[in-house]
Design a protein around this ligand. Structure first.
Ligand code: NAP
Length: 276
């Protein structure tokens, strides 16, 4: 599915180059040397190449100051060839994530983390959707899995996944429950779900006894198991036979997130150039 989305973005990008002589540009900023962040940034750069975007990487040392980072964001806000700005999170502890996100122009905020874009999502009138929840919705649509009237349970309430995920399901008339670390009787709540979305960050957290027979299970987690191997928040091997659908890790949500980032960058480029 992610390959299909990217192929479509490439087609539209080729058309844009031909009709308007414009190439979408994405700037990716990474601070420090977190190995997971490095992998994500490399994947985003590769995706840009695959769809024909121009991409610029700004790899800053871990000791970068807040002022230096804000100054770079300001430069990118004003740079015409850059349509999307992505600051890879988490930032080193001495930097203020929130202030950096708020410094990005909402029109170039292709992650949709800026308060303006978050507010628009709440109202259901958005230009960009946050990449991970939007990728999940695209999977549901693509497999003709209806959300309307379904019990949807999201585990996790982060600003980047859990909360917007709940909101997108609500926009499509799901009956949404968002769980977190203080939720009581979590297994029982999860077992009600027709659609269960795990965004917890704990390896193999969702066990078979938390899943209803025939449920759709979407695993957002990108965790490491006891052997350091990439795995999800769902105990895939023991859960898979209970589900009607389940997404794997690796694969599944991760590649869809990157594909959505490409869609958002193309959209940002068109918006900034007043092209429909
Ligand atoms: P996060 O900010 O750490 O949030 C985790 C959420 O899980 C919090 O709301 C927390 O509750 C909740 N939680 C923690 N322990 C719990 C427990 N025992 N029972 C119920 N809820 C619990 O994480 P995130 O940024 O949303 O990311 C979640 C996972 O998705 C991570 O594995 C991350 O790597 C992955 N991820 C993947 C992609 C992708 O592209 N595939 C993108 C983003 C993130 P409290 O709020 O009460 O603390």
């Amino acid at each position: 599915m992610s390959a299909e989305v990217k192929a479509n973005v490439k087609k539209l990008t080729d058309e844009l180059k031909e009709t308007h002589n414009i190439t979408p540009g994405l700037a990716v900023v990474i601070v420090g040397d977190d190995p997971a962040s490095r992998v994500y940034v490399n994947n985003k750069k590769k995706a840009c190449e695959a769809v024909g975007f121009m991409s610029e990487e700004y790899a800053l040392p871990a000791e970068t100051t807040q002022e230096e980072l804000l100054s770079l964001v300001e430069t990118l806000n004003n740079k015409e060839s850059i349509n999307g700005i992505l600051v890879q999170l988490p930032l080193p502890k001495h930097l203020d994530d929130k202030a950096v996100i708020e410094a990005i122009s909402p029109l170039k905020d292709v992650d949709a983390f800026h308060a303006v874009n978050v507010g628009k999502i709440m109202l259901g009138e958005y230009d960009f959707l946050p990449c991970t929840p939007a990728g999940v919705m695209e999977m549901l649509h693509s497999y003709d899995i209806p959300v309307e009237g379904k019990e949807c349970v999201v585990i996790g309430r982060s600003n980047i996944v859990g909360k917007p995920m709940g909101m997108l399901l609500l926009h499509e008339n799901g009956t949404v429950t968002i769980c977190h670390s203080r939720t009581k009787n979590l297994a029982e709540v999860c077992k009600r779900a027709d659609i269960l979305i795990a965004a917890v960050g704990i390896p193999k957290f969702v066990k078979a006894n938390m899943v209803k027979d025939g449920a759709v299970v979407i695993d957002v987690g990108m965790d490491r198991d006891e052997n350091g191997k990439l795995c999800g928040d769902v105990d895939f091997e023991n859960v898979k036979d209970k589900c009607s659908y389940i997404t794997p890790v690796p694969g599944g949500v991760g590649p869809m997130t990157i594909a959505t980032l490409m869609k958002n960058t193309l959209k940002a480029c068109k918006l900034q150039n007043n092209i429909d």
